[in-house]
Design a protein around this ligand. Structure first.
Ligand SMILES: [Zn+2]
Length: 77
């Protein structure tokens, strides 16, 4: 019996984005900045360092993160 070759690619295409309840869109990326990852966990507690997210979601997250960083800085002074 030959293993089912078609299964793998189908499963890979149906990954969920780490930033929401939608399927991962290409291009995708991972969050490499540990501080940004920690910030992202406020949005999704299930998020891991190797969880893929859409590049588009990554850009939005980056904007939120920068906004939050500025806010934190002004509170701290
Ligand atoms: Zn996404």
């Amino acid at each position: 019996m030959a293993p089912e070759a078609g299964d793998k690619s189908g499963a890979a295409a149906r990954l969920y984005c780490g930033m929401g309840n939608h399927f991962l869109k290409t291009p995708s990326t991972i969050i490499r900045d540990p501080k940004m990852l920690r910030f992202a966990r406020y949005i999704n507690t299930e998020l891991r360092y190797d969880t893929k997210i859409c590049l588009n979601c990554f850009k939005i997250l980056g904007q939120l993160y920068k906004f939050k960083a500025v806010e934190d800085h002004s509170v701290g002074s």
